[in-house]
Design a protein around this ligand. Structure first.
Ligand SMILES: C[S@@+](CC[C@H](N)C(=O)[O-])C[C@H]1O[C@@H](n2cnc3c(N)ncnc32)[C@H](O)[C@@H]1O
Length: 201
């Protein structure tokens, strides 16, 4: 069943994201369990939910998507209650991800924490807290995976996450990412421009 998105480019962006994640994981040599518990932080509308199910949950994905904005979470709930692949279960909650301890029911044995298009430039303290909280919610083999829109922002996130003690396993530029032009002239922004994979400290 094809998932409807208002932006015409979303489907091809998601296809590229799926390839990027698959190729990057292959390069690390890490075998992803066929069943995963995945925390999708600052997920917005969680457009990528079915990609996550394909990549991380061949035999099952339990996805928890969190974002501070209720409109985006509402859209995620509406879309995925109808279109989520059969191998996945998902809940989408309005939550400040720098305060995950407030969410009493949230488990601490996720094997993947995923953050697409982190916003490090938009409040480095908050984002460092979000990464820290994410790492605390992973089991001992857990991976934190991020993507970024910008080169400089990606580097800031790499530094911040390593300062929290996580091991950087891989960082890659996505040479097939779609350029975006909603930025000042000279600034390069593109969809899933970089990906990085970290191991929990
Ligand atoms: C650039 S958007 C990326 C959204 C989505 N991951 C994507 O790729 O389309 C950044 C997201 O971070 C969310 N956000 C910002 N601060 C947050 C916080 N403290 N807790 C949870 N979400 C937050 C915003 O609401 C927004 O949806």
């Amino acid at each position: 069943m094809s998932v409807p998105f208002s932006n015409q480019s979303t489907i091809s962006d998601l296809q590229r994201l799926k390839e990027l994640l698959g190729e990057s994981l292959t390069k690390t040599g890490i075998t992803i369990p066929e069943q995963s518990r995945l925390l999708n932080l600052a997920c917005g509308r969680a457009d990528e939910a079915s990609v996550l199910a394909d990549v991380f949950g061949k035999k099952g994905l339990q996805l928890t998507g969190l974002d501070i904005r209720d409109r985006e979470i509402g859209e995620a709930q509406e879309r995925w209650k109808k279109y989520l692949p059969k191998n996945a279960e998902a809940e989408f909650l309005v939550q400040d991800c720098s305060k995950l301890d407030d969410l009493n029911t949230l488990s601490d044995d996720f094997n993947i924490a995923f953050m697409r298009h982190q916003n490090f430039w938009n409040g480095d303290t908050t984002w460092s807290k979000i990464y820290d909280q994410a790492l605390h919610r992973l089991n001992e083999d857990g991976l934190l995976i991020i993507t970024s829109y910008f080169d400089r922002e990606h580097q800031l996130a790499l530094d911040a996450i390593q300062n929290l003690g996580a091991e950087l396993i891989l960082t890659e530029q996505n040479h097939h990412s779609r350029s975006l032009h909603d930025v000042p002239l000279g600034v390069k922004k593109s969809v899933d421009r970089h990906v990085a994979i970290f191991r929990k400290p």
